[in-house]
Ligand binder design. Structure first.
Ligand code: GLC
Length: 605
């Protein structure tokens, strides 16, 4: 509900009831079907830079964006001196098949290697340029061929990363310094026709089936030296030689600009933020750098990586997770162990990822995790509840799905022993075992005979017993609606600065009669008794005057005084029967006053 960030007078988001039996990812080209089924792939950044490990002549990689594969450019290494790094490579122990086997064991379905990164060095035996691996190895090696053969042998799709825009070694290739020194269209075309086009022809002619060419240009073509015609020409070569080969949006043509682009590539380590109908992917690292970096420190946990993958799939996206092997071919232990743990998890829970897709509910509606789903050919539907925080009270509320599931069970349970649940209206509450079956993420399956009707726009019951009604999950807002972003780590939380009479409206579903206490969190720095807060709903009305909330100090002696956001009890609402309830909050400040509204909490205890 991003629109709330803009000032709008009266915003209405209509509750939509989806009764149709939709095929997710409608805008998927036929050739990309395998890709949306695969969901999880391996990225390999490996090349001459792997020998440097992020350090050149005793000096750490320059630049705060610590991408080890950029050392040639960042540390101003001369073209021919750069290849002396290859002397550090242990060619006897380098075996690309091992990377493919690791990908397979990790549950990945495709492998994309940096066939040519920005350094311009080809990892295959290229007849177009002698800046290639065959020139520097005796006997000659062809890493692309070795990897391609291994992928084909083990049934994984092959992806080839090719840096088309940037090429530091070619005198007419693009490097960012040309923003200063310039490059003529004629010179760039010499690089384009002399290296890019023929090398892409080689890659698509000599290595069997190529699942995708992964391009890497992250500025729009109108802002750099490549022309749209050149990009279309490049894509044309791919369509001519291997019509089934996928092309990503970092070719420099967005999926919106050219619907023939097969999938959208998000920014580096950028996760999905909304459900899309076209295929998309996050390129991701286990720590930070893509190429091996000896000084790497920021390792993400296995749970984080897994939750990132699940989060993407819950929005119809893929994740391609990078390994940066060393110059002897070894995959860093920190990466290998995380990948293998993910593979183990996928060997049990993979059904909820491969061939699975987004489910039609609001993003981040449930505070216990993410949902994916699978529609079987007979129409029956499996809803996968990925529970990130196993509820302490073992009760898992699911809001927004009409009707009773046929069955609920743990995906890890081979016997599919039925879990008890209650289901009323659009709320199903599952009775979970005390202990989570998986230390990473546990998956509960809800089985339905047909694709269930969903109801969007409802605020889901929190796993912590209540409803958190916030400016971002409101259905309607009138008056002040501009969200103020959090400051200093959230000590000043996200809120709306209310200066005029404003009203916010939410919808909830109550599955059994209950009473809920009502608290509102706000900051008010004005005088006592000025301005009113009123809650109205079918369960009763509550009213209170503003109370000054004062300030507090963040850390001693640091001149850090914060307007306090405090929880204020308004009273109790009595929901005497099950059903939908509309909850409205009106905030009426006196002229010249401001109240920082954060949330309304309806709690059970
Ligand atoms: C960026 C970097 C590059 C890396 C890529 C991975 O474009 O330039 O080094 O290969 O992202 O997504």
């Amino acid at each position: 509900m991003k629109a709330l960030k803009q000032k709008v007078v009266w915003m209405v988001i209509v509750i939509s009831v989806n009764t149709f039996y939709s095929q997710a990812q409608e805008h998927t080209n036929e050739r990309a079907r395998w890709f949306t089924d695969a969901r999880f792939g391996m990225f390999i950044h490996w090349g001459v830079y792997s020998g440097a490990e992020g350090i050149w002549k005793g000096e750490k990689l320059r630049n705060d964006n610590d991408y080890a594969e950029w050392i040639y450019y960042r540390n101003r290494i001369a073209r021919d001196e750069y290849t002396t790094l290859l002397d550090r490579f242990d060619w006897d122990s380098i075996d690309p098949e091992q990377w493919v086997l690791l990908a397979k064991e990790s549950g990945m379905k495709y492998v994309t290697i940096t066939a040519k990164h920005h350094d311009g060095f080809a990892l295959w035996d290229s007849q177009v340029s002698d800046y290639d691996v065959a020139e520097f190895t005796h006997p000659k090696r062809d890493i692309v061929k070795e990897l391609a053969d291994a992928c084909h042998k083990h049934g994984l799709k092959l992806g080839l990363y090719y840096s088309h825009w940037v090429d530091w070694e070619h005198p007419d290739g693009w490097d960012h310094s040309k923003e200063i020194y310039g490059i003529s269209a004629e010179d760039y075309d010499r690089y384009w026709l002399g290296k890019v086009i023929p090398q892409i022809r080689e890659l698509l002619s000599n290595y069997g089936e190529v699942g995708m060419i992964w391009f890497d240009m992250w500025v729009h073509h109108s802002n750099t030296c490549v022309t749209k015609e050149q990009l279309l020409q490049l894509k044309g070569v791919i369509r001519e030689l291997q019509p089934q080969c996928l092309v990503n949006s970092r070719l420099g043509l967005s999926i919106e600009e050219d619907s023939d682009i097969d999938f959208k590539t998000l920014g580096d380590n950028q996760l999905g933020s909304k459900k899309e109908e076209f295929p998309w992917q996050s390129p991701a690292t286990v720590a930070h750098s893509w190429g091996f970096h000896a000084l790497e420190k920021q390792w993400k946990s296995t749970t984080t990586l897994l939750q990132n993958l699940i989060g993407n799939v819950s929005l119809n996206g893929n994740m391609m997770l990078n390994i940066g092997p060393r110059a002897n071919g070894d995959v860093p232990y920190e990466i290998e162990q995380r990948l293998l743990a993910m593979g183990k998890w996928l060997s049990v829970n993979g059904e909820s990822i491969y061939g699975s897709q987004a489910f039609d509910l609001v993003k981040d509606q449930h505070d216990w995790g993410k949902i994916t789903c699978r529609k079987n050919p007979d129409g029956s539907t499996l809803i996968y509840l990925h529970v990130f925080n196993w509820p302490l009270g073992h009760q898992l509320p699911v809001t927004g799905i009409q009707g009773k599931p046929v069955k609920a069970y743990l995906l890890a349970d081979q016997e599919k022993i039925a879990l008890p649940f209650t289901s009323q209206g659009v709320v199903t509450v599952l009775d979970l075992p005390e202990k989570a079956p998986d230390p990473l993420v546990s998956v509960v399956v809800l089985e339905y005979n047909s694709y269930p009707t969903t109801e969007e726009g409802l605020v889901a019951q929190s796993v912590y017993g209540g409803f958190s009604l916030t400016p971002t999950n409101a259905l309607e807002s009138k008056g002040d609606t501009t969200l103020k972003p959090p400051k200093r780590g959230g000590t000043v939380p996200e809120h709306i600065a209310v200066t005029e009479k404003s009203r916010y409206h939410w919808r909830i579903y109550i599955e059994k009669p209950m009473s809920l206490y009502t608290d509102v969190s706000y900051s008010f720095q004005g005088e006592d008794g000025k301005g009113t807060l009123s809650v109205s709903s079918q369960a009763g009305s509550l009213k209170a005057n503003f109370k000054p909330s004062g300030k507090f100090v963040g850390e001693p002696n640091s001149n850090w005084q914060i307007d306090s956001f405090d929880s204020h009890r308004l009273g109790q609402l009595d929901f005497t029967q099950e059903g939908y309830y509309d909850i409205s909050l009106e905030i009426a400040p006196r002229k010249g006053d401001e109240l920082g509204f954060q949330w309304l909490w309806l709690g059970t205890e």
